[in-house]
Design a protein around this ligand. Structure first.
Ligand SMILES: [Zn+2]
Length: 415
């Protein structure tokens, strides 16, 4: 009997529905092994990754490899990265990769938790515990999607890879950055990073804006407000600088990209540091901040050169030193093609499983996807999640665990 696409899909979904309990138990057991970074007082991810490596031996992967890094914390801690691959039908086909991270953030203020963060429990229709949403649910879902394919006897078009990386929460140096130095990912591979999302599961992130946090300090001379000729008014110079920066940046970098909301770069005057304590004193120092979110097409260095140009003009006009410091400077990676294959098969799978038409766009960023995009890989970020990551009482809906597994399995099936 030849199976139709529909019947194969139904068979896969039935297999996954039957795994509901196993999915939850694996998530609970996995998240009861803390995997906090050494710099945050934890032991790292080794125990958790070794446990996972053992668990997935029967899941239908053809290759399971470890790529451990040794970090530079004290004597060096092993930071394990696990790469598990199930081969597709065609040897030359690309690989569809699912990149999730094993590390979790610390529990934070314990008094805010209703239950033990390191002993995940089922509460009503949720699992509660540290790491169950970020990144536990998508991680377990990717592994069980492969298990479901294997149990249903399905070989896919693409090879399927599940990558469990360390060190995501602290910059990824010993995780995905380490892996990208190995000969694992090939040109044309499809990259899926299920590490951000919205409760309805209707948003696919394909790009991010660059971030610049700028601090400006003008340095004048303090004195009595009735004697301005004996002072140098740092607030006056700060005000002119703020006014000009606000105007110049918004006018010069006005490109629009409909993928983003809002569709343009933002340059906002934000925090103002208190200066003098009374009305009749001219401040000798003035500090203000700007938060800038810039479309990837503008190099941040170019924006900074414009900022320095404005500072020079104002500084020369008033003969006053102006200092700039950057508390955040992150150049956005190139945006993933919204028509790329990974985005389209993901979008189709979301519609079939969840019944929504996903919006493809750009937001915050800060996932492993940026490292892939910088190397030219199309990478989609998606999950159906309630954004309880990093909070006390972090939770995940059991229905979401099942739905995400189905979305991944369908992506694999249609790859
Ligand atoms: Zn995460």
């Amino acid at each position: 009997m030849v199976m139709t696409e529909d019947s194969r899909r139904e068979q896969l979904f039935e297999t996954i529905d039957a795994m509901r309990r196993a999915l939850v138990m694996t998530l609970i057991e996995m998240c009861s092994i803390p995997a906090v970074a050494p710099e945050n007082g934890g032991e790292g991810e080794l125990k958790k990754t070794e446990w996972l490596e053992n668990q997935i031996r029967s899941f239908g992967f053809d290759d399971i490899d470890r790529y451990d890094a040794v970090d530079d914390f004290e004597d060096g801690v092993v930071r394990p990265n696990l790469v598990a691959v199930r081969y597709g039908l065609d040897e030359d086909a690309p690989t569809l990769w699912f990149i999730s991270h094993t590390d979790v953030v610390p529990e934070g203020d314990l008094s805010l938790w209703d239950t033990d963060p390191w002993k995940p429990v089922i509460v009503d229709d949720k699992v509660v515990g540290r790491g169950v949403e970020d990144n536990g649910t998508p991680l377990v879902a990717s592994l069980y999607a492969v298990r479901a394919l294997s149990e249903a006897g399905i070989r896919t078009g693409c090879h399927i890879g599940c990558v469990l990386v360390a060190d995501e929460e602290q910059g990824s140096k010993w995780g995905i950055q380490h892996l990208l130095e190995q000969d694992i990912f090939k040109e044309g591979d499809l990259i899926m990073v299920p590490d951000a999302g919205f409760p309805k599961g209707d948003f696919i992130e394909i790009g991010e804006k660059s971030i610049l946090w700028l601090k400006f300090k003008t340095e004048g001379k303090q004195g009595h407000a009735s004697m301005p000729h004996l002072c140098r008014n740092a607030a006056e110079v700060g005000a002119e600088l703020a006014y000009r920066l606000n105007k110049v940046l918004k006018e010069r970098y006005d490109a629009e990209d409909e993928l983003f909301d809002p569709p343009y770069s933002t340059f906002e005057l934000t925090m103002k540091v208190a200066n003098v304590g009374n009305v009749n004193t001219i401040p000798g120092e003035d500090i203000f901040y700007m938060d800038c979110r810039v479309l990837a097409e503008y190099p941040t260095e170019e924006v900074l050169a414009t900022v320095r140009g404005v500072m020079k003009q104002v500084g020369e006009k008033y003969q006053m030193p102006i200092h700039l410091s950057l508390s955040q400077h992150e150049q956005a990676a190139p945006t993933t093609d919204p028509e790329s294959r990974v985005v389209t098969i993901l979008g189709n799978a979301i519609t079939q499983v969840i019944g929504v038409e996903p919006i493809v766009g750009g937001i915050g960023g800060g996932t492993c996807a940026a490292f892939f995009r910088r190397r030219g890989f199309n990478s989609a970020v998606w999950a159906k999640m309630d954004q309880s990551a990093h909070t006390a009482n972090e939770y995940t809906y059991i229905d979401n665990i099942v739905d995400i597994t189905k979305v991944f399995a369908l992506m694999m099936l249609n790859s």
